[in-house]
Design a protein. Structure first.
Length: 306
């Protein structure tokens, strides 16, 4: 039997064309129904039985059986790459991420999954092409997280993400890297080194995508909702008016997360790389942070209620 029932959740996601909320309900009902299925045929039978209690459309048996085989393949390849799975019913599943209706049913990870439910977390995002000052500020913000035992969450992209991760690691802090592709695809030298440091410092790498998944533009947008969800607060370093950072901001506004935004002075904000900062501040969506004191204040300003 597959530990933690991951195969069941993978099959549900593949075979049933339902909302995440509906799949969550069905999956939890099936989790309480023992003994667990050993193959696709048995699982199809359990779905038919559950159909008498919950109204949902059951796919054809051959679709369920094929999805079961695909799920087994995913679990086997994950084990081969040293990747672990957390499914919706697990205690390790990030409680913050559960709050989103579009949360993935299965998460793939490497490293220390305990930090996914750490007491305080902060998402840091920004452009892939920051100014020199932007790089310094992202690194400093990450370092401050480490000093305050705040777990830092970002996307491991070049630029602001990278500097924030490195700042946290320099301070010997824990950081979570959220990727938009299969975890085994970390190939670029800077990512490999960062991966090693994150794991050495008891951090975690996660993805909602199984091994051998190649990156796509829409996957990066979807990845940003997880960064927002995992952070108690969001910190924007530098951003234009378009791009991934603003997607993360949109998700943070949906999640009602406090947003802080670096603000140097009015004139530099007119640079294209910081026009997004100006919009966030002018619209009142983000708290402007003008100094180290402002940053420290922001990191203390919103205590996390547990």
């Amino acid at each position: 039997m597959i530990k933690n029932n991951s195969i069941q959740w993978l099959v549900l996601e593949k075979a049933l064309l339902l909302s995440k909320a509906s799949l969550q309900e069905i999956g939890m009902r099936l989790s309480g129904d023992y003994p667990q299925s050993q193959n696709g045929k048995e699982f199809f039978g359990r779905l038919k039985l559950l159909r008498t209690q919950v109204d949902f459309k059951i796919p054809l048996q051959e679709i369920v059986e094929k999805s079961w085989e695909e799920a087994e393949s995913i679990i086997d390849s994950s084990a081969r790459y040293g990747i672990h799975l957390i499914c919706w019913e697990d205690e390790l599943y990030p409680s913050r991420l559960r709050q989103r209706g579009d949360a993935p049913l299965v998460i793939y990870y490497r490293g220390n999954p305990i930090c996914l439910n750490g007491p305080q977390t902060l998402g840091i995002v920004g452009t892939r092409n920051p100014t020199y000052m932007g790089k310094q500020w992202a690194f400093k913000a990450g370092y401050q997280c480490a000093q305050k035992s705040i777990i830092m969450v970002s996307g491991m992209a070049r630029g602001c993400d990278q500097e924030a991760h490195l700042g946290t690691l320099e301070g010997k802090g824990q950081t979570i890297g959220v990727l938009a592709f299969g975890l085994e695809r970390i190939r670029e030298s800077y990512l490999r080194k960062m991966e090693e440091l994150i794991l050495e410092n008891q951090g975690c790498l996660i993805s909602e995508y199984p091994p051998e998944t190649v990156p796509r533009i829409n996957y990066f947008v979807a990845r940003n909702r997880i960064i927002s969800a995992l952070g108690d607060k969001l910190l924007v370093v530098e951003t234009g008016v378009h791009g991934g950072t603003m997607h993360t901001v949109r998700f943070a506004l949906e999640d009602k997360k406090p947003i802080g935004c670096w603000y140097s002075s009015p004139e530099p904000l007119k640079q294209p790389l910081r026009e997004g900062n100006q919009v966030l501040i002018e619209q009142g969506w983000a708290l402007p942070l003008k100094s180290d004191e402002d940053l420290n204040y922001y990191l203390k300003k919103f205590p996390v209620e547990k």
